[in-house]
Design a protein around this ligand. Structure first.
Ligand code: P6P
Length: 335
């Protein structure tokens, strides 16, 4: 039987053998993983835990919050605020940044997260997940403010997600490829189940919310129309479609077998660049995808190069199998 490598051992070796991650970052990632285990337990209880349904509140995005959104957010804040690894946190569920209280030591990292992505799927028992991104606190001795978080995605020092599905799987990069860890509930630990994850450069599977087709820009309509023509059209091959309406689940499928995920700009709200959030959805997913050999753009620009101006800003997302992402991006540049 192959030796079991726990997340802890994997991170210690990344720290000790490869010198890739400082001790404080390793400890931070272990705390985030423990928080994801707690969230997984709450998600798995479902109706039995009284955690389903909506809370009587809206988040900064104006979306009705689910009880589990709030629970997951609180779990991540409480798990991470006292350890001394962080200077501050930012969450989809909180308007302002969360500065680590003075009663705790401050560290050199910033943690950003969507505590529970795909909330519309919670009550119908479809996979959801936590997405997180780690940045380094800019080096100066002043306090933490929102501007410290506004770094482009290429500055991330760690990124990952935890998908709460038939298995609970943590997917992580610290800049040396992508590794996957499956939660062993009997042991209560994440166990390495795949490393050096690679996304095939080509695919025959696209993920997009087709109900928005009439609102898309021409390059996206052209790309999807060609996929729908299948072997009778210019692509000379048939395509399959998937849309789970949970980015973590759709991206996990792509990390596992390839594909292209698209949530493009559409003309319903022309002033909004897209639906998904740059800092704690698109950036971590873009880095993971690139680390696995894929690509991620907003149709015109590499997502990791986008310079953020607002904490909760949105972005168009086209990511996955490299050759497909490059094709869609090329259609945008032929305008
Ligand atoms: P739609 C979930 O709310 C989310 O932010 C992503 O996880 C998902 O890909 C997208 O929105 C689904 O959006 O418009 O299809 O419901």
């Amino acid at each position: 039987m192959a030796k079991r490598v726990s997340l802890t051992r994997y991170l210690v070796e990344q720290q000790r053998v490869d010198g890739l991650i400082p001790g404080q970052l390793r400890l931070l990632l272990e705390v985030v993983a423990r928080a994801c285990k707690s969230i997984s337990q709450a998600v798995n209880k479902g109706a039995l835990g009284g955690v389903l349904g909506s809370a009587d509140s809206e988040n900064v995005q104006g979306e009705v919050q689910k009880r589990l959104d709030i629970i997951a957010n609180e779990v991540l804040i409480e798990a991470n605020e006292w350890g001394g690894h962080l200077a501050g946190m930012a969450s989809e569920e909180m308007d302002a940044i969360y500065v680590v209280p003075n009663r705790y030591p401050k560290g050199e990292y910033l943690l950003l997260f969507d505590p529970l992505d795909g909330s519309s799927n919670i009550d119908v028992n479809v996979s959801i997940g936590t997405i997180f991104s780690v940045l380094r606190m800019p080096e100066d001795d002043r306090g933490v403010d929102e501007g410290d978080f506004l770094q482009n995605g290429a500055q991330q020092v760690a990124a990952g997600y935890c998908v709460y599905g038939p298995q609970t799987t943590l997917v992580l990069t610290v800049g040396d490829g992508v590794a996957m860890f499956t939660l062993d509930r009997e042991q209560g630990s994440f166990v390495l189940t795949q490393e050096n994850v690679r996304i095939p450069a080509d695919t025959q599977e696209f993920a997009i919310n087709m109900s928005n087709m009439r609102h898309w820009d021409e390059p996206v309509r052209r790309y999807i129309d060609e996929c729908l023509q299948g072997r009778d059209g210019p692509r000379n091959k048939d395509f399959n479609m998937r849309w789970i309406a949970s980015m973590v689940a759709d991206v996990h499928r792509i990390m596992t077998r390839g594909g292209i995920f698209m949530y493009p700009w559409d003309k319903r709200e022309p002033n909004k660049p897209g639906k998904l959030r740059l800092m704690y959805e698109a950036n971590p997913m873009a880095w993971l995808v690139e680390q696995a050999g894929g690509a991620a753009t907003n149709g015109r620009q590499r997502i990791l190069d986008i310079q953020p101006t607002q904490l909760h800003e949105r972005v168009s997302v086209i990511l996955g199998s490299k050759n497909e992402v490059e094709r869609v991006t090329s259609y945008h540049s032929t305008l």
